[in-house]
Design a protein around this ligand. Structure first.
Ligand SMILES: [Zn+2]
Length: 244
Protein backbone atom coordinates (compact mmCIF):
# COMPACT_ATOMS: atom_id res chain seq x y z
CA UNK A 1 0.00 0.00 0.00
CA UNK A 2 1.45 3.32 -1.10
CA UNK A 3 1.52 5.79 1.75
CA UNK A 4 3.83 8.73 1.57
CA UNK A 5 4.44 12.11 3.03
CA UNK A 6 3.50 14.70 0.40
CA UNK A 7 3.65 18.48 0.32
CA UNK A 8 0.85 20.10 -1.67
CA UNK A 9 -0.57 23.54 -2.33
CA UNK A 10 -4.30 23.43 -1.82
CA UNK A 11 -7.42 25.52 -1.47
CA UNK A 12 -9.75 24.60 1.40
CA UNK A 13 -13.16 24.17 -0.23
CA UNK A 14 -15.06 22.71 2.73
CA UNK A 15 -14.64 21.22 6.16
CA UNK A 16 -16.84 19.34 8.54
CA UNK A 17 -16.52 17.99 12.08
CA UNK A 18 -15.15 14.48 12.39
CA UNK A 19 -15.28 12.41 15.53
CA UNK A 20 -14.78 14.16 18.85
CA UNK A 21 -12.31 16.92 18.09
CA UNK A 22 -11.13 16.50 14.50
CA UNK A 23 -12.20 17.95 11.17
CA UNK A 24 -12.33 16.50 7.69
CA UNK A 25 -10.91 19.09 5.30
CA UNK A 26 -11.86 19.02 1.62
CA UNK A 27 -8.96 20.41 -0.38
CA UNK A 28 -8.52 21.17 -4.04
CA UNK A 29 -4.79 20.71 -4.60
CA UNK A 30 -2.47 21.45 -7.48
CA UNK A 31 -1.01 17.97 -7.73
CA UNK A 32 -3.95 15.69 -6.88
CA UNK A 33 -7.10 17.71 -7.46
CA UNK A 34 -9.72 17.12 -4.79
CA UNK A 35 -8.69 15.18 -1.71
CA UNK A 36 -10.22 14.76 1.73
CA UNK A 37 -8.02 14.72 4.77
CA UNK A 38 -8.45 14.42 8.51
CA UNK A 39 -7.00 17.22 10.62
CA UNK A 40 -6.66 15.38 13.91
CA UNK A 41 -7.54 17.34 17.04
CA UNK A 42 -8.14 20.48 15.03
CA UNK A 43 -11.01 21.61 17.26
CA UNK A 44 -8.96 21.25 20.44
CA UNK A 45 -7.75 24.54 21.94
CA UNK A 46 -4.29 25.48 20.70
CA UNK A 47 -4.29 23.13 17.71
CA UNK A 48 -1.56 24.00 15.21
CA UNK A 49 -3.95 23.10 12.40
CA UNK A 50 -6.35 25.97 13.08
CA UNK A 51 -5.85 29.01 10.90
CA UNK A 52 -4.49 27.42 7.74
CA UNK A 53 -7.45 25.10 7.23
CA UNK A 54 -10.36 27.53 7.28
CA UNK A 55 -12.63 27.72 4.24
CA UNK A 56 -11.14 29.58 1.26
CA UNK A 57 -7.60 29.46 2.68
CA UNK A 58 -4.83 28.68 0.24
CA UNK A 59 -2.27 26.70 2.21
CA UNK A 60 0.76 24.53 1.90
CA UNK A 61 -0.10 21.22 3.47
CA UNK A 62 1.98 18.19 4.35
CA UNK A 63 -0.08 15.02 4.15
CA UNK A 64 0.22 11.32 4.71
CA UNK A 65 -1.24 10.33 1.40
CA UNK A 66 -2.48 7.00 0.17
CA UNK A 67 -4.59 6.67 -2.97
CA UNK A 68 -6.45 3.64 -1.73
CA UNK A 69 -7.84 5.41 1.32
CA UNK A 70 -10.78 7.76 1.29
CA UNK A 71 -9.32 10.02 3.97
CA UNK A 72 -5.77 11.32 3.98
CA UNK A 73 -4.11 12.69 7.11
CA UNK A 74 -2.89 16.26 7.58
CA UNK A 75 0.50 16.44 9.27
CA UNK A 76 1.23 20.16 8.93
CA UNK A 77 -0.43 23.15 7.33
CA UNK A 78 0.98 26.57 6.61
CA UNK A 79 -1.18 29.46 5.48
CA UNK A 80 -0.25 31.05 2.15
CA UNK A 81 -3.29 33.28 1.56
CA UNK A 82 -6.43 33.44 3.74
CA UNK A 83 -8.39 35.43 1.11
CA UNK A 84 -9.34 37.61 4.06
CA UNK A 85 -11.10 40.19 1.89
CA UNK A 86 -13.93 37.71 1.38
CA UNK A 87 -14.96 37.92 5.04
CA UNK A 88 -15.67 41.67 4.76
CA UNK A 89 -19.06 41.14 3.20
CA UNK A 90 -21.69 38.42 3.24
CA UNK A 91 -22.12 38.66 -0.54
CA UNK A 92 -18.43 38.04 -1.08
CA UNK A 93 -18.66 34.87 1.00
CA UNK A 94 -21.76 33.78 -0.86
CA UNK A 95 -20.03 34.33 -4.20
CA UNK A 96 -16.96 32.44 -2.99
CA UNK A 97 -19.17 29.55 -1.92
CA UNK A 98 -20.20 29.02 -5.57
CA UNK A 99 -16.52 28.60 -6.42
CA UNK A 100 -15.88 26.17 -3.57
CA UNK A 101 -19.06 24.14 -4.14
CA UNK A 102 -18.19 23.70 -7.81
CA UNK A 103 -14.73 22.40 -6.90
CA UNK A 104 -16.04 20.13 -4.18
CA UNK A 105 -19.07 18.65 -5.92
CA UNK A 106 -18.11 18.98 -9.57
CA UNK A 107 -14.83 17.05 -9.42
CA UNK A 108 -13.68 13.56 -8.45
CA UNK A 109 -10.91 12.83 -5.95
CA UNK A 110 -7.43 12.45 -7.43
CA UNK A 111 -8.38 14.23 -10.66
CA UNK A 112 -5.85 17.06 -10.87
CA UNK A 113 -6.88 20.14 -12.83
CA UNK A 114 -4.43 22.99 -12.36
CA UNK A 115 -6.24 25.29 -14.76
CA UNK A 116 -9.38 24.90 -12.66
CA UNK A 117 -7.47 25.62 -9.44
CA UNK A 118 -5.89 28.76 -10.89
CA UNK A 119 -9.29 29.88 -12.22
CA UNK A 120 -10.79 29.40 -8.75
CA UNK A 121 -7.96 31.34 -7.09
CA UNK A 122 -8.20 34.26 -9.50
CA UNK A 123 -11.99 34.31 -9.09
CA UNK A 124 -11.71 34.44 -5.28
CA UNK A 125 -9.30 37.37 -5.63
CA UNK A 126 -11.64 39.23 -7.96
CA UNK A 127 -14.89 38.73 -6.03
CA UNK A 128 -14.34 41.66 -3.60
CA UNK A 129 -13.67 44.06 -6.46
CA UNK A 130 -16.32 42.79 -8.86
CA UNK A 131 -18.61 45.44 -10.27
CA UNK A 132 -21.10 42.71 -11.10
CA UNK A 133 -20.84 39.53 -9.02
CA UNK A 134 -23.28 37.55 -11.17
CA UNK A 135 -21.28 38.24 -14.30
CA UNK A 136 -18.10 37.14 -12.57
CA UNK A 137 -19.70 33.92 -11.32
CA UNK A 138 -21.23 33.20 -14.73
CA UNK A 139 -17.77 33.56 -16.26
CA UNK A 140 -16.25 31.35 -13.58
CA UNK A 141 -18.85 28.64 -14.13
CA UNK A 142 -18.62 28.62 -17.93
CA UNK A 143 -14.82 28.53 -17.84
CA UNK A 144 -14.81 25.89 -15.09
CA UNK A 145 -17.20 23.70 -17.06
CA UNK A 146 -14.93 24.07 -20.08
CA UNK A 147 -11.93 22.93 -18.03
CA UNK A 148 -14.00 19.96 -16.91
CA UNK A 149 -14.68 18.93 -20.50
CA UNK A 150 -18.06 20.59 -20.99
CA UNK A 151 -17.28 23.63 -23.09
CA UNK A 152 -20.44 25.17 -24.50
CA UNK A 153 -20.54 25.26 -28.30
CA UNK A 154 -20.91 28.92 -29.24
CA UNK A 155 -19.60 29.24 -32.79
CA UNK A 156 -22.11 27.09 -34.67
CA UNK A 157 -25.62 25.75 -34.32
CA UNK A 158 -25.53 22.50 -32.33
CA UNK A 159 -28.44 21.14 -34.40
CA UNK A 160 -27.50 21.96 -38.03
CA UNK A 161 -23.94 23.30 -37.86
CA UNK A 162 -24.79 26.68 -39.36
CA UNK A 163 -22.62 29.63 -38.33
CA UNK A 164 -25.25 32.18 -39.36
CA UNK A 165 -28.05 33.79 -37.32
CA UNK A 166 -27.12 32.22 -34.00
CA UNK A 167 -29.89 33.40 -31.67
CA UNK A 168 -30.85 30.70 -29.16
CA UNK A 169 -29.10 28.75 -26.42
CA UNK A 170 -29.94 25.27 -25.19
CA UNK A 171 -28.49 24.02 -21.90
CA UNK A 172 -29.39 20.43 -22.73
CA UNK A 173 -27.82 20.51 -26.19
CA UNK A 174 -24.80 22.28 -24.77
CA UNK A 175 -24.67 25.29 -27.06
CA UNK A 176 -26.27 27.73 -29.45
CA UNK A 177 -29.01 27.21 -32.01
CA UNK A 178 -29.63 29.16 -35.19
CA UNK A 179 -32.80 30.96 -36.25
CA UNK A 180 -34.03 27.80 -38.00
CA UNK A 181 -33.49 25.34 -35.17
CA UNK A 182 -35.01 26.54 -31.85
CA UNK A 183 -37.50 23.66 -31.90
CA UNK A 184 -34.72 21.08 -31.94
CA UNK A 185 -34.36 21.56 -28.16
CA UNK A 186 -37.07 21.62 -25.50
CA UNK A 187 -35.24 24.21 -23.46
CA UNK A 188 -34.04 26.71 -26.06
CA UNK A 189 -33.86 30.27 -24.77
CA UNK A 190 -33.81 33.32 -27.04
CA UNK A 191 -30.60 35.25 -26.37
CA UNK A 192 -30.36 37.19 -29.59
CA UNK A 193 -27.16 37.95 -31.44
CA UNK A 194 -26.02 40.25 -28.64
CA UNK A 195 -26.60 37.67 -25.92
CA UNK A 196 -24.67 35.04 -27.88
CA UNK A 197 -21.77 37.43 -28.39
CA UNK A 198 -21.78 38.18 -24.63
CA UNK A 199 -21.50 34.44 -23.98
CA UNK A 200 -18.62 34.14 -26.45
CA UNK A 201 -16.78 37.06 -24.87
CA UNK A 202 -17.33 35.91 -21.31
CA UNK A 203 -15.85 32.51 -22.16
CA UNK A 204 -12.81 33.95 -23.96
CA UNK A 205 -12.06 36.95 -21.79
CA UNK A 206 -9.55 36.69 -18.91
CA UNK A 207 -11.30 36.97 -15.53
CA UNK A 208 -9.53 40.22 -14.65
CA UNK A 209 -10.90 41.97 -17.76
CA UNK A 210 -14.57 41.22 -17.12
CA UNK A 211 -15.32 44.54 -15.46
CA UNK A 212 -14.75 46.20 -18.80
CA UNK A 213 -17.83 44.93 -20.54
CA UNK A 214 -21.52 45.04 -19.82
CA UNK A 215 -23.73 41.99 -20.01
CA UNK A 216 -27.20 40.82 -19.11
CA UNK A 217 -25.77 39.16 -16.06
CA UNK A 218 -29.05 37.85 -14.60
CA UNK A 219 -29.68 35.78 -17.71
CA UNK A 220 -26.05 34.65 -18.11
CA UNK A 221 -25.81 33.66 -14.46
CA UNK A 222 -29.07 31.72 -14.62
CA UNK A 223 -27.97 29.90 -17.77
CA UNK A 224 -24.52 29.09 -16.43
CA UNK A 225 -25.95 27.62 -13.20
CA UNK A 226 -28.34 25.46 -15.25
CA UNK A 227 -25.51 24.49 -17.57
CA UNK A 228 -23.37 23.36 -14.64
CA UNK A 229 -26.22 21.38 -13.06
CA UNK A 230 -27.10 19.63 -16.29
CA UNK A 231 -23.64 18.78 -17.57
CA UNK A 232 -22.16 17.78 -14.21
CA UNK A 233 -25.38 15.82 -13.55
CA UNK A 234 -25.86 17.41 -10.13
CA UNK A 235 -29.47 18.69 -10.13
CA UNK A 236 -29.18 20.29 -6.69
CA UNK A 237 -25.85 22.04 -7.29
CA UNK A 238 -26.03 25.48 -5.59
CA UNK A 239 -29.64 24.70 -4.64
CA UNK A 240 -29.18 25.61 -1.00
CA UNK A 241 -27.94 29.12 -1.68
CA UNK A 242 -29.97 32.27 -1.31
CA UNK A 243 -30.13 34.65 -4.23
CA UNK A 244 -26.99 36.58 -5.08
ZN1 LIG B 1 -29.46 25.37 -36.91
Amino acid sequence: MEKRLKRVRGLVVNKYPYRESSDVIVLFTDEYGKIKAVAKGRRKPGSRLGAALENFCLSEIVLYLSRDRELQIVKEAQLLDPHAELTRNYKFLLGASYVSELLERGTEVFSPNRALLELALSSLKLIPEAVDLKKLLAAFLLKALSYLGHMPVLDRCVACGSREKLLYFSVEKGGVLCANCPKSADDSVMLGARGISELQRILKMPMDRLNRFKADSDLLFDLSVKFARHHLEIPDLFARKVDI
